[in-house]
Structure formats: C-alpha cells, structure tokens
Design a protein around this ligand. Structure first.
Ligand SMILES: *[C@@H]1O[C@H](CO)[C@@H](O)[C@H](O)[C@H]1NC(C)=O
Ligand SMILES: *[C@@H]1O[C@H](CO)[C@@H](O)[C@H](O)[C@H]1NC(C)=O
Ligand SMILES: *[C@@H]1O[C@H](CO)[C@@H](O)[C@H](O)[C@H]1NC(C)=O
Ligand SMILES: *[C@@H]1O[C@H](CO)[C@@H](O)[C@H](O)[C@H]1NC(C)=O
Length: 210
C-alpha cells in the first residue's frame, strides 16, 4: 500500500518541480560585458528572491561611472513599474528589459539602444527589496557591478571575414599541396617501376649473352 502511494507521489513531485521550473525559476546569470558601438546592448542584472514564497516588492536603481570619471552618478530608476532615465547622456536611449507587469522584480536588466564609445565604463545595479511577512517587512539590498567595454562594429566582421578567407586559403592550399604530392609520388613510383623493368631486362640480356 505504501509502495503504491510512493509510486503515485513520483509523478506529482515531477509535476510540482516542472511547475516551479516554468514559473519561479530564477538564475543569476552574469551580464555580457562587451558592447558593439552603434548597436543595442543589454545590461543584465538579476537578483533572485531567496525566499520564493514570500511576497515582495522591489525597485532597481542603476548607477554609471564613465571610464574617465571617479564617482558613480545616478543613471536610471525603476520603481512601481515606472522607468525613469536620470542621466541626460542616456535620454531616449535606455529601455527596460527586466521583469514586466509585477512589483516583485527579480530581473532589473536595462537596454542601451545605441551604444557609443562614451558609454564605456562601470555600471552598478542596486536592488532594494522589501519582503512582506504577515507582521513585518524586511528590507534587503543587492548590488551587481558590470564593467562594460565598447568595441567598434567592424572588428568582429573583419575578424570573421579574415578567418573565412584564411579557411579558404588553407583548404585550397592543402588541396594543391595534396595534388602536387600525388603527382610527385606517382612520378617517383613510375620511375622506380621503369628502372626495375630496365634492370630485369638488362639482366635477362646479360644472361642470354653468357
Ligand atoms: C529590451 O528593450 C528594448 C528597448 O526598449 C526592446 O526593443 C527589446 O524588445 C527589449 N527586449 C526584451 C527581451 O524585453
Ligand atoms: C546612433 O548614434 C550615432 C551617433 O550618436 C548616430 O549617428 C546614429 O544615427 C544612431 N543610430 C540610431 C539607430 O539611432
Ligand atoms: C563623447 O564625449 C565627448 C567628450 O565628453 C563629447 O565631445 C562627444 O560629443 C561625446 N560623443 C557622443 C557620441 O556622445
Ligand atoms: C537599501 O537601500 C536603501 C536605498 O536604496 C537604503 O535606504 C537602505 O538603508 C538599504 N538597506 C540596507 C539593509 O542596506
């Protein structure tokens, strides 16, 4: 009887696992750090709620320190589902890429629409989270640092074109070398064969003379 119950529990447990994977699964992936000039770039920042079952609200603030600056300045804030770009250098160039339609944010990523070389620098994202228990609230903060570097758009294209050319050159080169080698071997073998024929013929001739 107990065994039957256990057997019934396995699919239920799997189902529950699947449900939790589909819904609440939160993984703190690191952000990319290399942006390409004039293209879009996602600054990733994920902070998983340690107690998944406890309701919470969170706000996210981003700070930016350009390559030649020494202090962080306030870049962006997202609170109560309201985004605000604070740094004028980024007006019209930042979009929200984090959790949508919830105050319980776990993904605070933002998106730079058109990266310029001036965007090179250090970004900090700070999560302020209020865990709401029945009788009290508990505040936790989490922060992530991203050091972002901007590369020109061409390097990748150029590198891949170069590597493609190199690939063809090496393939054609290898095949030419193979053909040359084959001709060389063929000639050598043919010459050796002729030599052997001539030798045996001359031996026969000399035997006949004696
Ligand atoms: C990220 O934000 C950009 C700009 O707002 C938008 O075009 C893009 O669709 C967003 N991507 C996701 C996955 O939300
Ligand atoms: C991106 O920015 C550059 C320089 O700031 C500008 O020339 C270009 O038109 C912009 N591209 C887009 C798609 O906004
Ligand atoms: C980058 O910064 C320099 C100096 O601060 C400024 O002159 C230039 O216009 C900026 N370029 C862009 C594309 O914002
Ligand atoms: C979390 O950050 C907020 C401001 O964003 C600050 O007022 C609060 O004291 C911080 N809490 C902790 C526990 O560090």
């Amino acid at each position: 009887m107990a065994a039957v119950q256990d057997l019934l529990l396995v699919p239920l447990a799997l189902l529950a696992l699947q449900a939790s994977l589909c819904h609440g699964a939160c993984v703190e992936l690191d952000s990319d750090t290399e942006a390409v000039a004039m293209e879009g770039f996602k600054l990733g920042c994920i902070s998983c709620k340690m107690r998944g079952e406890v309701p919470a609200t969170a706000s996210v603030n981003w700070y930016f320190k350009a390559k030649d600056e020494t202090e962080f300045s306030h870049l962006y804030s997202f609170e109560d589902q309201t985004p605000e770009i604070i740094d004028p250098r980024f007006y019209g160039r930042l979009g929200w890429n984090g959790s949508k339609n919830t105050k319980d944010l776990q993904d605070g990523s933002i998106y730079i629409l058109n990266v310029t070389f001036n965007d090179t620098g250090t970004y900090e994202c700070i999560f302020s989270r209020n865990l709401i228990y029945t009788n009290y609230e508990f505040q936790t903060n989490a922060s992530k640092i991203i050091v972002m570097k901007v590369v020109p758009r061409l390097t990748r294209g150029l590198a891949s074109i170069l590597s493609e050319v190199m690939m063809y050159v090496s393939i054609i080169g290898l095949q030419l070398w193979l053909v040359v080698e084959m001709i060389y071997c063929y000639r050598k073998i043919a010459a050796a064969g002729e030599e052997a024929l001539r030798e045996s013929a001359s031996r026969k001739n000399s035997r006949m003379l004696h």
